[in-house]
Design a protein around this ligand. Structure first.
Ligand SMILES: Nc1ncnc2c1ncn2[C@@H]1O[C@H](COP(=O)(O)OP(=O)(O)OP(=O)(O)O)[C@@H](O)[C@H]1O
Length: 248
């Protein structure tokens, strides 16, 4: 890999394939996908149901191992890593935001956000923590429990938690799937502003053209393969492209 690529690529997948099962029942969920995300970019992944989006996200994030091909996070090749090393990498170098916010109900907002740092027995960086909390607009909610917050606020806690370790990449799987349109739009604007204010790299899987239009680039998957990309996407163009790819 050239010096320029290692300097700018946050994540890089090379000919990644994933086959579930074996023999006649084997399913090829990903089929030779190569993609590079530059640092500070916001990329949305779209495609019909079953096209391999979740598998792609899981392989890129080190949650699942490709059957063949390689994934690099910055300069780290995930292929040869042990389970323990992958667990450590997920804890320290990637952040996750899921549709179901996955907050710990008994912990306060502050504790939920700090959890990844506390689990690593590290000391939270106070200035960064304050910056993240302010960016997501939760400064006056730190002592609350998740059940005392709205859905949008809970997802903002999850976003803050994903950012607190200053990960190389934040992976978001349908982050607005459980939110109403207006709250979803607020959460997306927040993710966008996070990319701009922190230089964070975000990879987001979504079914929603409006969500995808917030990204810098949309990549489309169909039958486990890359089926094109759009730069500076608009809702209309994304929706048209999805309609051509088949059932959403
Ligand atoms: N653990 C598994 N075992 C067997 N097959 C699987 C497994 N996980 C996914 N698949 C299959 O791999 C293909 C891709 O699935 P994946 O969940 O990545 O698609 P997706 O695009 O995220 O779908 P959706 O939009 O419906 O969530 C599908 O045919 C799915 O049935």
């Amino acid at each position: 890999m050239s010096t320029i690529m290692t300097a700018t690529a946050a994540i890089s997948l090379s000919k990644v394939s994933k086959v579930y099962g074996s023999g006649p029942g084997a399913v090829t969920a990903l089929d030779g996908v190569s993609l590079t995300l530059s640092r500070g970019s916001f990329t949305a992944v779209m495609g019909p149901s079953g096209s391999g989006k979740s598998t792609f996200l899981h392989c890129a994030a080190g949650l699942d191992r490709p059957t063949s091909g390689s994934v690099r996070l910055g300069e780290t090749d995930l292929s040869g890593m042990s389970e323990n090393e992958l667990t450590e990498l997920r804890r320290t170098r990637v952040g996750f935001v899921f549709q179901a916010y996955n907050l710990v109900p008994s912990l306060t907002v502050r504790e939920n956000i700090q959890l990844p740092v506390l689990l690593g027995a590290g000391a939270p960086d106070a200035a960064w923590f304050a910056h993240v909390v302010e960016t997501v607009g939760l400064t006056d909610r730190l002592a609350h429990r998740p059940s005392e917050l709205s859905g949008g606020q809970q997802q903002r806690v999850a976003i803050a938690r994903a950012l607190v370790t200053r990960p190389d990449v934040v992976f978001a799987d349908e982050p607005t799937g459980a939110l109403d349109t207006r709250t979803g739009a607020q959460v997306l604007r927040l993710l966008r502003s996070v990319v701009e204010s922190t230089g964070q790299t975000v990879l987001m899987v979504t079914h929603d053209p409006a969500a995808a239009s917030v990204a810098d680039r949309v990549v489309f998957l169909a039958d486990g393969r890359l089926a094109g990309a759009l730069e500076a996407p608009t809702v209309k163009v994304v929706a048209e492209r999805m309609t051509r790819l088949g059932e959403w």
